[in-house]
Design a protein around this ligand. Structure first.
Ligand SMILES: O=C(O)Cc1cc(O)ccc1O
Ligand SMILES: [Fe+2]
Length: 434
């Protein structure tokens, strides 16, 4: 089926608001969620993103009013996906090594967003709803009459190149490199590629949904401000012929046919919705005296675990910013972290690594494995004149987790795994013990 290139979508602003939106006026019921008869013969359907009894402050649910209940379909049958894997990954031992990968190669023609997903590492377990899996995607085809519904987790998409035209049950979003996309667990989605190709990173979060971090002594403003998150407006996809829905469920892939699109929501209200956020709006806070602050200061979104302050996954960014610290080694310090750090690069150069950490690549510094500036960075930063300096044209990010990342066997066998990563820490002169 041919779909005309759609106009720029409209958005509603805010993170986790009680949104209300109608593609056709008068569809949302007034004063109740599930009237005996919904306007226009539509069907009311609830999607919950947290347990019914989750505390009000973190409770997520949305009411949709749709052309047909999403239950209206036949049996799903098992299908295979060659490279999208689900934690736990126990096939190979997790090496006690620092690991780094170059960008993944181009996909074969006809690869859509789902086909082009390759799992690099993960932790926790989809079954126990904790941890995450980190994937890269590389695509060169739109999803044609094909929809994804991922019951295993929420998906945080970090585009590195190419725009994504994202069609969801709650409406459309257009997401460009430099922005991020958050897709709630279980929401149907179809992704088109207006540029013809796209690639980036995907954090599949099996655990608690990402939320904004607390601000503590920062006060009531700063970091990612809620109003800069954009949610779609209702946009019912026009009725078309039969479609295929791919369900990801406990690591398995199941396909079913449906006689029309699952994106048939005419109106919805609630706080469970996809949203996007432009990382350029992140208000970075740093030291204006001395010392390099902990990276937690750059947390955009956090998925908490049961242990306070100890995230299932923190999404942390390293955006363009001023460095002004005096008498300070300004890049990240040498360190061993009880949390595990998986990093990617959207553009530019990361200030802890002079070379070798490339856009589309990944570095993995797991629990307690020593890392920090490479030798070239150390040399530069320990001798540079400490005038105020602006880091330009850079966007690195980190998925930091309390759970150790287990690389997949396919990632450890990938030709783009750098065999000699340890050498970036070669050649440090010895200090004098006396
Ligand atoms: O290792 C890294 O590059 C990530 C990181 C950045 C930083 O500014 C401080 C600590 C840290 O782990
Ligand atoms: Fe680190």
């Amino acid at each position: 089926m041919d779909r005309a290139v759609a106009a720029e979508p409209q958005y509603q602003s805010g993170f986790g608001n009680e949104f209300a939106t109608e593609a056709s006026p008068g569809v949302l019921p007034v004063g109740r969620n599930s009237p005996q008869r919904v306007a226009h013969g539509l069907y009311a359907e609830l999607i919950s993103g947290t347990a019914f009894t989750a505390p009000r402050a973190v409770n997520l649910r949305t009411w949709t009013y749709r052309v047909r209940p999403s239950a209206a379909h036949g049996k799903a049958h098992a299908v295979a996906h060659p490279a999208w894997l689900t934690a736990p990954f126990t096939a190979v031992a997790a090496p006690a090594n620092r690991l780094r990968w170059n960008a993944w190669p181009e996909p074969v023609p006809g690869t859509d967003f789902v086909d082009g997903i390759v799992t690099v590492a993960g932790n926790g377990s989809a079954e126990t709803q904790s941890g995450t899996a980190v994937h890269v995607y590389r695509a060169n085809a739109s999803m044609r009459d094909r929809y994804l519904m991922n019951a295993d987790g929420e998906m945080l998409v970090v585009p590195q190149s190419g725009v994504l035209d994202v069609h969801t049950e709650m409406g459309r979003l257009r997401v460009a490199p430099g922005e991020i996309l958050l897709l709630p667990r279980g929401v149907h989605v179809r992704i088109d590629l207006p540029d013809g190709a796209a690639r980036g990173y995907l954090c599949e979060n099996y655990g608690a949904p990402f939320r904004l971090p607390e601000l503590g002594p920062l006060g009531s403003n700063g970091l990612a401000n809620p109003r800069d998150f954009l949610a779609p407006v209702a946009a019912c996809e026009p009725a078309t012929g039969p479609v295929r829905i791919l369900r990801k469920f406990l690591g398995g892939f199941w396909e079913l046919e449906r006689s029309s699109s699952p994106l048939d929501v005419v109106a919805w209200h609630g706080n469970l919705t996809p949203c996007k956020y432009d990382l350029a709006h992140f208000m970075a806070i740093g030291s204006i005296t001395f010392d390099h602050p902990d990276p937690s200061i750059n947390t955009v979104l956090t998925s908490p675990s049961e242990i306070g302050g100890t995230a299932n996954c923190d999404f942390v960014i390293f955006p363009p910013r001023w460095l002004v610290m005096e008498d300070t080694f300004r890049p990240p310090w040498f360190h061993r972290n009880v949390m595990s750090e998986l990093m990617g690069l959207v553009r530019g150069v990361y200030d802890a690594k002079a070379e070798g950490f490339v856009p589309g690549g990944i570095s993995l510094h797991n629990c307690m494995l020593p890392h920090g500036p490479d030798a070239a960075t150390f040399e530069r930063a320990s001798t540079e004149a400490l005038a105020p300096r602006r880091l330009e044209d850079t966007m690195a990010f980190m998925f930091e987790s309390r759970h150790v990342y287990r690389p997949t066997a396919q990632a450890l066998a990938a030709p783009n795994l750098q065999p000699d990563y340890d050498e970036v820490w070669d050649g440090f002169r010895s200090g004098n013990p006396v």
